[in-house]
Design a protein around this ligand. Structure first.
Ligand code: ST9
Ligand code: ZN
Ligand code: ZN
Length: 341
């Protein structure tokens, strides 16, 4: 087999994320489609999740209404801070540290990130990182858990409302997770997740406003817990949906992930998704140094300064420029999408 081309059972390929890989991904998508024709693959809905997500979103809308009508200002500020903490547990923790190993962290930073990550309740780090590694390796094929080729709704939330495509589980079995298995703290979170998560994501964010500034139960539950949690989920999901559809492709025009400024701002720097799929090991998940669109980078840089984060991996500007010239859509340097180069 030619180097880099993915075939069934080919263990020689590497994850270069280059155009060859992209071509290979397309070949693989075709191969998968042939292996599992649509008529054989049926969507199996998971009604428990559908009902829970429906409740969450209705509750979050009510929470948004309460913010403007009866919640105390402290509760809204607290909800925003909890949103940022949870988001950081996903971006700096599950994503950049554990899924991609883009930097290393000392135990105290890992503990902070695991606390924040549990607050975000997007499954434990082990499962999140496993699905995410599969997403990168088999991006936009049936083996991608949130394959954006199946449309906005599926890649946003639909994938969490039905059983996984058999290819996700089959291909996922080939993913190396030995580093996660060797990480005692990650395995601790996995083991105790069903005790830790309800307390950290739901109980504490409701009780703290009630005890600390005498907020009512209803305001605390619907604003600090339901609204905050649902917002974190949806912003994260936008990386899988919107940032896999809309935006510029300065680094690789042959893949769907795009540079999406709006998503970057709300997702703390994770909307620069064309860059991220091309250079997934860069701890900044973007070429830019601007903290305004990348709070996560500021967070990691701060901990690097005090020595709790180290071995930060990045990409030289020469390498980025060469790649952009070779496979980009010509928008490299046009950071804000205004067309000026
Ligand atoms: C949530 C996750 O929201 C969101 C992730 C988003 C990722 C975004 C990435 C973007 C980049 C980063 C940007 C960050 C931006 C952050 C901004 C912040 C503001 N490989 O899953 P099961 C096997 S979660 C290998 O049950 P079903 C495995 O043996 C929300 N093997 O499949 C497994 O058993 P076990 C809250 C795999 O039955 C077995 O299959 N959580 C793989 O089809 C069964 O696995 C929920 O709502 C794999 N990839 O069910 C829960 N996958 O696990 C939602 C599976 O024991 N999930 N296997 O080893 C579920 O209920 C179910 O997973 C399901 C599928 C119904 C969706
Ligand atoms: Zn992606
Ligand atoms: Zn990633």
């Amino acid at each position: 087999a030619p180097t880099g081309v993915l075939f069934e059972g080919d263990s020689t390929h590497t994850d270069t994320m280059g155009p060859i890989h992209q071509q290979a991904s397309e070949d693989l998508a075709e191969a998968c489609a042939k292996e599992t024709p649509e008529k054989e693959y049926r969507i199996v809905p998971v009604w428990r999740n559908i009902v829970l997500f429906a409740y969450l979103h209705l509750a979050a809308l009510y929470g948004a209404y309460l913010i403007f009508t009866s919640a105390k200002l402290q509760t809204t500020i607290f909800a925003i801070l909890m949103y940022q903490a949870g988001a950081t547990g996903i971006t700096a923790g599950a994503h950049r540290l554990w899924a991609h190993r883009a930097y290393k962290a000392k135990t105290p930073l890992k503990l902070i990130l695991l606390l924040f990550n549990t607050l975000a309740f997007q499954n434990h780090v082990y499962e999140w990182a496993r699905d995410h590694r599969v997403h990168h390796k088999y991006s936009e094929t049936n083996a991608d858990p949130h394959n954006a080729k199946r449309g906005f709704f599926f890649s946003h939330v639909g994938w969490l409302m039905c059983r996984k495509h058999p290819d996700v589980i089959a291909k996922g079995q080939g993913i190396d997770l030995s580093d996660l298995k060797a990480d005692k703290l990650v395995m601790f979170q996995k083991k105790h997740y069903m005790k830790l998560m309800p307390v950290i994501c739901f109980v504490l964010p409701t009780v703290i406003p009630m005890v600390a500034w005498s907020e009512s139960f209803l305001n605390a539950w619907f604003v600090a817990t339901m609204f905050r949690y649902t917002l974190t989920l949806n912003v994260t999901w936008l990386v899988n949906s919107a940032a896999h559809m809309w935006g510029q492709r300065p680094y690789d025009k042959f893949i769907s992930p795009a540079e999406n400024l709006g998503v970057a701002i709300f997702a703390m720097g994770e909307g620069w998704h064309n860059y991220h799929h091309v250079f997934p090991w860069d701890y900044k998940t973007s070429e830019l140094g601007t903290y305004g669109t990348n709070f996560t980078t500021a967070f990691i840089d701060f901990f690097a300064r005090i020595g709790w984060a180290y071995d930060l991996k990045t990409v030289s500007s020469d390498m980025v420029r060469t790649r952009a010239q070779r496979t980009g859509d010509g928008s490299h340097g046009d950071v804000w999408g205004w067309g000026d180069k």
